[in-house]
Every structure is written in structure tokens, then in C-alpha cells.
Design a protein around this ligand. Structure first.
Ligand code: ADP
Length: 511
């Protein structure tokens, strides 16, 4: 998350106007378009769907609804483009990917307006997402010519070394919470490693991915190397993830969809990288700076209206400071101003009607389960999928709102007496994406960080991961790592090459 992203500037307002017009253009120009093999093509079956501004519930663009035939076409284009892209000099691949980053940075304001209109998030958050997207391209561009293998010392009779090769066609399926940013998170490492890509954005938020595909082409990405098929999970998503001619899958989304994809991938033994949900605990000890903890937790649960895999969905707080922390959190939650993303409010609407209904149902469930609703809990009386910042206390660890990912601005607070109990509550869920610990005791910080079952642990902060740091889940929160150099492992396979230098017949298998 980018602190600078919170500033509103005149330039942003200008950007909003320019890109507002652009959205109208998009509505006209992109109506027919799937982006396949370097051109806009209409879907084979000719069907389209509307993408809606969640602040107004009004359609903002018509988008092609891809079917299996379109996915076949996109995968074939990516397959045809693969060899030439793989064999492009790494420094040239890096140069092109860096150029994408420059274009994304240059057009950050416009992309942010598209994202904010389609997804609902405040403009400054959308802008921060796009700066992050640019950064992914810049970061991975530098790695293109450094994907080195190793030389293995096996003795005088043989030369042995490894090379790291791309898989081939990378299928990428993205969710609706950070569509543009996650496009870059997957596409940038895939490209520098020499793979070609077919990406399906979520049906709720397709627009930024279409625009980013155009920028890839503008930067010099050859035809067929990046393809975007818009459409629904079924048929477009499942046609892509079960396609016999893809070589690796990157998926970010819900656990059930991740499980479906993994089962399909088993048929063709296709590797998967899955970034799934979280039910992330912020564990607050009595010696923590409570004002700082409240500030971090507030940001961690209410950014993007809580629709963040790594949101702080749960607070696990020592009973001695429970009331003081909760009072501070309530004061912050009550200060939020809600509004359309383009007005850059504190919080925008939820991204879709489905998500609004899901969040509303979880809040009703929380009440029935006996948790105490201390603030929020309803939708303001206005158009759009808005939901108030909501806090439950007395959340029993065995209830559903303590276990299940709500993906909305709903915080569940539970108190503890001992460190052991805090860890049991924090780790007592099937998820393990991120966790946080707030304490002034450095020894305890280290001890608890080691015990927390999560791919990322934040100490006295939240959203501590950057483009450079590996990110991914323990337990049902996923497989593999995004971000950082480690993400390249999802896009490269190792080949070991052994060259004989001896006349000798050599060793037997297993030696
Ligand atoms: P949500 O339920 O919150 O929309 P999903 O995990 O279902 O989350 O969606 C994330 C992405 O997965 C979206 O792009 C969606 O279209 C896609 N998707 C949904 N179902 C499938 C499926 N069966 N196979 C492949 N992709 C799917």
C-alpha cells in the first residue's frame, strides 16, 4: 500500500475528467473486444455483458463474454507466440517489460479512474494500485537477464549445469478486488521468464485488464504474447483453467474456486500457483502502542472496503486493553465518509451486488451467533453497494464469523488472557495468509512471529509486504508465492544438463 496514494491532487481531478471521457470511449470501442493475438476480436458466439459502477449500479461498458471457443483461440495464439518470445534475448524482454512499466506509470491517473469506476475503490487507492502495477513491471524487468542456473560439481568426468526455462503458456485468472494491480503481479514475472499469457479478469471488473493489454502492445510486446479474454467463471474461466494446452496456472480468488481449478489441473498435471483467502488476525498485547495499533488495524480492515485478501479481519486483543483498543477503533470507524470512488472518499462501495449481499448476510449471522455489534452493521440509505464500517466484539473463536472470510468492512474482535491462548485463536482457522503482532517487547515479537501460521507476518504494522517481498499462504490460503524473486519460480522450470567428458560408460541410475 502506498502512503502517497492517500493524497488528492488537482492533477487527479483533471485525470478523472480525461479518463471519464475515456470510459465512454471504452464503452464504444471495446464493446466487441477480446484481446487475442494483438487485436480486438469479437467473441465467437457474439455475447456481451455489462460491467457496472458499484457506486451508481449503472452499467459503464459492455464487455465480451468469452466462451470455450474464444479461450481456444487465445491459447492457440499464446502457444504460437511462445517460441519466439522465449528465444527473444533476455535483455530485450526486460526492456519491453520495463517499457510497460513506464506506460503504466505515465497513464496511472487514467487507469485509476477506469479502476475506480469499475471496482468502486477510492481514486487514491486505485492510483496506488496502478503505481504498484507499474512497479511490478519495473521490478521484474531487471530480472529478465539474471535468471541464472547453477553449475554442479559432479567430478572430472562430466560437466553438469542447470538452466531455468519458461513453462510455455501461463493461464492467469484474477479476482475483482485489485484487478489492474494483480494483472501486473502475474503478467510481469511470466513475461520476463519467457512465458506467454492468457489472462481472464473477473467479470465484475474487466476494464483495467483490457487497457493494460493495450499498453503491453504499445510497449512492444509481440502479438499473441499477452491475450485477455473477458467473461464469467463458467464458461470462460473454467475453459481456460482446464485447457489441455496451457502449461501453468496462476489463480487468485476464493478457496472453492481454487480447489476446483486444482482438481482440473490434476488431469493434465499442470502446476498451479494459488493465492486464496485469508482470515487474518492482528494480535495485540498489553504493552503495544494502542493508538498506533488502532491506526494500523483501521487501515488494514477498511481499505478497499475490506475486500483485501490480506485485510485484518480479526483482532485478538489482551483483555486488559480490549476496551481501550475497541473504543479507538470505533472512533475511527465512525469517522469514515462513504462515497463514489471517483470522489475519493474514505471508503467506496463494495464491488458488486453479490458481495453486498454476502457481507449483509454475514453481519446478520454475526448477530445470531451472539457477537456484539458495536458499530456499523447496515447499509446507508443511498444508491450503490455501500456498507458501513462494522465492528463486532465478543466474537467466540468457534463461530462462523470468526472463521470464514467475509471480504467486507467487518472486523471481528476476540479477547485473550495468555499468549498461548492468543496463538491458539490466531492459528485456529483453516486460512494462513497474513498475521500481525503488536507489542513493544522485541523478544515476544520474534517468538510470536515464529509461532504464527501465516505466509506473511507483520510486526507493529500492516500491509508490510512490497513488490519485492514474497507473498502467499500457509494452509488453505494457497500454494506458491507471488511477488519478489520467489514468484519467478512459478514461471520457470529447471532443466539439468549433464555432458560426458569421459570414455568411461559411467554410473548406473541411482548412483
Ligand atoms: P468470487 O466468488 O469472490 O467472485 P472467485 O474465486 O469465484 O471469487 O473468482 C475469482 C476469479 O475466478 C474470477 O475471475 C472468476 O470469474 C473466476 N472463476 C470463477 N469460477 C471459476 C471456475 N470454475 N474456473 C475458473 N475460473 C473461475
Amino acid at each position: 500500500m502506498d502512503e502517497d496514494g492517500a493524497q488528492t491532487t488537482d492533477t487527479q481531478t483533471d485525470g478523472a475528467q480525461t479518463a471519464d471521457t475515456r470510459i465512454v470511449d471504452t464503452e464504444i470501442a471495446d464493446t466487441n473486444g477480446l484481446y487475442i493475438d494483438g487485436e480486438w476480436v469479437p467473441p465467437v458466439k457474439g455475447s456481451h455483458f455489462e460491467t457496472v459502477d458499484p457506486a451508481t449500479e449503472e452499467p459503464i461498458a459492455e464487455v465480451a463474454a468469452a466462451t470455450a471457443e474464444d479461450v481456444d483461440r487465445a491459447v492457440a495464439a499464446a502457444r504460437d507466440a511462445f517460441e519466439a518470445w522465449r528465444d527473444t534475448d533476455p535483455e530485450e524482454r526486460g526492456r519491453i517489460v520495463n517499457r510497460i512499466g513506464e506506460l503504466v506509470r505515465d497513464q496511472c491517473e487514467e487507469l485509476a479512474v477506469v479502476e475506480s469506476s469499475d471496482q468502486g475503490k477510492p481514486l487514491s487507492q486505485a492510483k496506488s494500485d496502478m503505481q504498484g502495477a507499474a512497479r511490478y513491471f519495473e521490478y521484474y524487468a531487471g530480472a529478465a537477464d539474471k535468471l541464472e542456473g547453477t553449475s554442479v560439481p559432479v567430478g572430472a568426468g562430466q560437466v553438469d549445469f542447470t538452466v531455468r526455462e519458461p513453462y510455455g503458456v501461463s493461464a492467469q485468472i484474477t479476482p475483482w478486488n485489485f484487478p489492474g494491480n494483480l494483472f501486473a503481479r502475474g503478467v510481469a514475472p511470466a513475461l520476463v521468464a519467457g512465458n506467454t499469457v492468457v489472462l481472464k479478469p473477473a467479470e465484475q471488473t474487466p476494464l483495467s485488464s483490457l487497457r493494460l493489454a493495450e499498453l503491453c502492445a504499445e510497449a512492444g510486446v509481440p502479438d499473441g504474447v499477452v491475450n485477455v479474454v473477458t467473461g464469467f467463471g463458467d464458461p470462460a474461466g473454467s475453459a481456460l483453467s482446464s485447457h489441455a494446452d496451457i502449461d501453468t496456472i496462476t489463480f487468485t480468488g476464493s478457496v472453492p474456486t481454487g480447489q476446483t481449478i486444482m482438481k482440473q489441473a490434476a488431469d493434465t498435471v499442470t502446476p498451479v500457483t494459488l493465492e486464496l483467502g485469508g482470515k487474518n488476525p492482528a494480535v495485540v498485547f498489553p504493552d503495544a502502542d494502542l493508538e498506533a495499533a488502532a491506526q494500523w488495524i483501521d487501515r488494514a480492515i477498511f481499505t478497499n472496503a475490506g475486500q483485501v485478501c490480506s485485510a485484518a479481519d480479526r483482532v485478538v486483543v489482551h483483555e486488559s486493553v480490549h476496551d481501550e483498543l475497541v473504543d479507538r477503533l470505533i472512533a475511527r470507524a465512525d469517522a469514515y465518509e462513504l462515497g463514489p470512488g471517483l470522489d475519493d472518499p474514505d471508503m467506496g462501495p463494495l464491488a458488486s451486488r453479490d458481495q453486498f449481499e454476502k457481507v449483509s448476510q454475514y453481519v446478520e449471522l454475526g448477530k445470531r451467533e451472539g457477537a456484539t455489534l458495536v458499530t456499523g452493521g447496515s447499509a446507508p440509505d443511498r444508491q450503490g453497494y455501500f456498507f458501513e464500517p462494522t465492528i463486532f466484539t465478543d466474537v467466540a473463536p468457534d463461530t462462523r464469523i470468526a472463521h470464514e472470510e467475509i471480504f467486507g468492512p467487518v472486523l471481528a474482535v476476540t479477547s485473550f488472557e495468555t499468549e498461548q491462548e492468543a496463538l491458539e485463536i490466531a492459528n485456529g482457522v483453516e486460512y494462513g495468509l497474513v498475521s500481525g503482532v503488536f507489542t513493544a517487547d522485541v523478544t515476544r515479537a520474534h517468538r510470536v512471529a515464529r509461532e504464527l501460521e501465516a505466509g506473511n507476518v507483520y510486526v507493529n504494522m500492516w500491509f508490510g509486504d512490497t513488490n519485492q517481498t514474497p507473498f502467499g499462504g500457509y494452509k488453505q490460503s494457497g500454494i506458491g508465492r507471488e511477488k519478489g524473486m520467489e514468484a519467478l519460480d512459478s514461471y520457470l522450470q529447471t532443466k539439468n544438463i549433464a555432458i560426458n567428458l569421459d570414455d568411461d560408460a559411467g554410473s548406473l541410475p541411482g548412483a
